[in-house]
Design a binder for this molecule. Structure first.
Ligand code: GLA
Length: 408
């Protein structure tokens, strides 16, 4: 137990977990990818119902987030945001109560500029009023976008301002920054109090989009720290690769060509190994069985949610650079001592993907035995000679959890 003094309030006793609600990547559902402006309170309630009915909450999917286009176009006479009267006739407090009664958490959206990306009133110069309003409504999570930012202000100051407003609003609200990596977000984002931050542009439901986001993360690892380890994501402030498109099948707002199940598995594996927040973006009311299987794979979620918070790194960095190949192998040390290893084939051809023990720091001299579990097939096997090699299908990812057994 710790003492935690909330500004303006009485001292409260709280656990570290209660204070730091971003000890592991946040998980939930967000309305944008499928519904965009076509949202209302019935839809949000139905999605909250489904999360509980399907037991998604038990797996960690706790946040129900309303994205853009939820408000009236003008503020009230006190300068407060007003929920769209047709879409949300019962108001946000009632919706928050409904969501909380289910044991879930309620997320909303605003923007650092003069309008939201969808052209609705935004929080620029209304930060403290809006933070207070969100607190009064019972909001637990605020996604904060970056459209229509006045040119003469720096993004970092606007995020710091909203971070301070939220810290003073009287309620614990997870600050989810969405500045798409602009203005070198990685350099200042942790100073704003944000619990997660978008490092790339918007996702679309196509293989090209997923591949591009994965490659941007890999480039960033090289460019920012040179050591091939993913910087700036981790406990307290997670690197958000955007909402998931798993199961959209080309339908809904960001639906383009859609993806195959293999591609959706690769997408989910990548978000897991990189410790990105997992915000479902499909219409969960109509999920097919295969989609549900992907989104509820406990072993893959466990990699994502691993409490150690160790950085993922590119295991085959040297080889990758030398061959300019689309087969990155990303590894991450797990809390129980295992190493999660994601072997990607991002190319359009079947390809050999392999890793060697020394790329994980495990040379022969360590005299350990390595046992792997394939987190998608469930297959278990020993890795011999400190090398593992697979003939990988195009656009696939083999996700292994490698156990290290010191030799007797
Ligand atoms: C931006 C964000 C998206 C979404 C839309 C809403 O593009 O990056 O995630 O919130 O705005 O208009």
């Amino acid at each position: 137990m710790l003492y935690f003094y909330r500004a303006g309030g009485k001292p409260e006793k709280k656990t570290t977990e209660e204070i730091m609600f971003t000890l592991t990547p946040p998980m939930g559902w967000n309305s944008w990818n499928t519904f965009a402006q076509n949202i209302d309170e019935n839809l949000i309630r139905q999605c909250a119902d489904v999360i509980v009915e399907k037991g998604l909450d038990k797996l960690g999917y706790k946040y129900v987030v309303i994205d853009d286009c939820w408000s009236e176009k003008v503020r009230d006479k006190n300068g407060r945001l007003v929920p769209d009267k047709k879409k949300f006739p019962s108001g946000m407090k009632a919706l928050a109560d409904y969501i909380h009664a289910k044991g879930l958490k309620f997320g909303m959206y605003s923007c650092a500029g003069t309008l939201t990306c969808g052209g609705y009133p935004s929080s620029y110069e209304y930060e403290f009023i809006d933070a207070k309003t969100f607190a009064e409504w019972g909001v637990d999570f605020l996604k904060y976008d970056f459209c229509f930012k006045p040119e003469f202000v720096q993004g970092k100051n606007l995020y710091r301002r909203m971070g301070a407003a939220l810290a003073n609003c009287g309620r614990d609200i997870l600050f989810s920054a969405c500045s798409w990596g602009a203005e070198q977000t990685h350099e200042w984002i942790r100073s704003t109090g944000a619990g997660m931050w978008r490092s790339t542009g918007d996702i679309f439901d196509s293989w090209e989009s997923i591949k591009s986001i994965i490659l941007q993360q890999i480039d960033r690892a090289g460019a920012y720290c040179g050591a091939g380890a993913m910087p700036f994501g981790g406990i307290g402030c997670f690197n958000d690769m955007d909402m998931l498109v798993v199961g959209m099948h080309g339908k809904g707002h960001v639906g383009l060509t859609g993806c195959s199940y293999e591609e959706y598995k690769t997408h989910f594996s990548a978000w897991a190994i990189f410790a990105s927040p997992l915000m479902i973006g499909c219409d969960i009311r109509n999920m097919d069985a295969e989609t549900e299987k992907i989104l509820t794979n406990k072993d893959v979620i466990a990699v994502n949610q691993d409490e150690r918070g160790a950085q993922p790194y590119i295991a085959n960095e040297v080889w990758l650079k030398a061959h300019n190949a689309g087969s990155p192998v990303i590894a991450r040390l797990m809390n129980n001592g295992d190493i999660a290893v994601a072997m990607f084939n991002l190319s359009d051809e079947k390809a050999r993907v392999d890793f060697r023990g020394d790329q994980l720091g495990l040379s022969r001299s360590t005299r350990v035995r390595l046992f792997a579990r394939d987190l998608w097939s469930g297959e278990e096997f020993e890795i011999h000679n400190y090398t593992y090699c697979t003939q990988a299908e195009p656009h696939s990812c083999t996700l292994l959890r490698v156990k290290i057994i010191p030799e007797e």
